[in-house]
Design a protein around this ligand. Sequence first.
Ligand code: F6P
Length: 575
Amino acid sequence: MTEFAPVDPTSTDAWSQLAGIAEGFSPDLREWFATDPGRAGRYTLQAGDLTVDLSKNLLTEEILAHLVQLAKDVDVSGRFNAMITGEHINVTEDRAVLHTALRRPKNGADLVPPTGFVVDGADVDADVHATLDKVYAFADKVRSGAWTGITGKAIKTVVNIGIGGSDLGPVMVYEALKPYVQAGLECRFVSNIDPTDVYEKTANLDPETTLFIVASKTFGTLETLTNARLAREWLWNQLLASGAIEDTDAARAAAVAKHFVAVSTALDKVAAFGIDPENAFGFWDWVGGRFSIDSAIGTSVVVAIGPDNWREFLSGFHTIDEHMRTAPLEQNVPVLMGLLNVWYSNFLKAQSHAVLPYAQYLHRFPAYLQQLTMESNGKSVRWDGTSVTTDTGEIFWGEPGTNGQHAFYQLIHQGTRLVPADFIAVANPAHPLKDETGDGAAVEPGQDVHGLFMANFFAQTKALAFGKTAAEVRAEGTDESVVPARSFSGNRPTTSILAPALTPSVVGQLIALYEHIVFTEGTIWGIDSFDQWGVELGKQLALQVAPAVDGDADALAAQDSSTKALISKYLELRN
Ligand code: F6P
């Protein structure tokens, strides 16, 4: 067990003070802004390239002081320090938690801990950079065409096969950094064990120019290994059909050697699959799956965007790691955003948190964050095995704006539930298109479309914060019968995050920001944010149920009556 026994946050004076404020709390953002011209300036902070405006949150100086005191009481800074120096803060798996080490610069001066620090007998920096160098050399070979398929053709499509952290990170970052992808290269991502996924992703692919990356930390995940076998079968069948290889075991093995590489911590299992360990990139059990995009798990993206952009991506993470480590708590963006989440979920009873990127390239960011936040903090016991003392793990969800505006924003604006939301945007778009014709009314000819997009970004947080009173609605001449339906209460909290552009560094900064928000909340609640035992039971039962689904009568008879009836219906319907 870690020497950092969890402090029960509910036993602190700060908690009692916050609970007292929450009772009968009636925030008034209109009034707070009207009477305090310094509010926006005071609550707008900088972390790396991210300008973060917290002022439209339901926050006062008094609340802020108690939240910061709460972070001190549970020692967020001390535990962060324990994490980055390699203490086994993942207690249920008895592991260090060192994703921050994945992005430390090579031989960086003034690093904390210093370059060459040793954890569990290994020089962490040396290991990380040796693997990075191997991934970079491989990526360069694929990008230059020096790595060829079995018939000597250069690779055009990289298919990453993985699930959870071995998929969501790579696909999200690939999508986010599309403008940086080398022309002529494409990545696809297979994750679901639904055979449709591998079928669709291999459709129209030329096997001679396709490279599969099997990405699995454990190399034991049912979905990934099944999909890898399906992909291998597809490769062999296609190459045999075109006469590119002969029907021999040696030819099949040679095809795998040229068209399959792996990323895993289990290199023995990689070899058993038939992939040469020379063509495998390792990482370590101190990298959690959902914290692994900046490890070799990102190899598909390194190939796509190249080592220089990847270095920039890693430096973005490191910038936020340093901010988290050094900024005073009162100005520490991830800590404050984590504390605000605690304020909303534990005291104001919010059950969910929306993340709304106003950047189409970030369209997979909410899905990525769902694993990061909910697999980490969806826990009911603390790291010493005792029950949690308060609610944990709010539900994270979202979609890119403006699509969400025409779907679920109605509930955020006028529903009965409190939904705190993060709005994320960049000032400079990758494609600065203009609407040359306009609409002859609201949209002028030559309108910068990104400007129009950003007007929505700014308008939404304004509407949510300040609402529209019944008097204002009436003053527009609205029929009295619909005044209530057309009024907006306001006081719906948002955080606005604005970056200069969606560069590799900014994407790294955004990911690290949310990693440390998760850390802050987990530390307040006293939970181990780095294990994921909750996914195990379903995995075990799927294997137990599989024979029944395949028609084994004894296995079917052993099921509960609901499951038995469902499987029987399935068997009846299945042709
Ligand atoms: O089942 C959950 C999980 O263990 C995630 O934490 C992980 O990201 C995912 O499965 C994939 O695991 P692996 O990389 O070992 O295949």
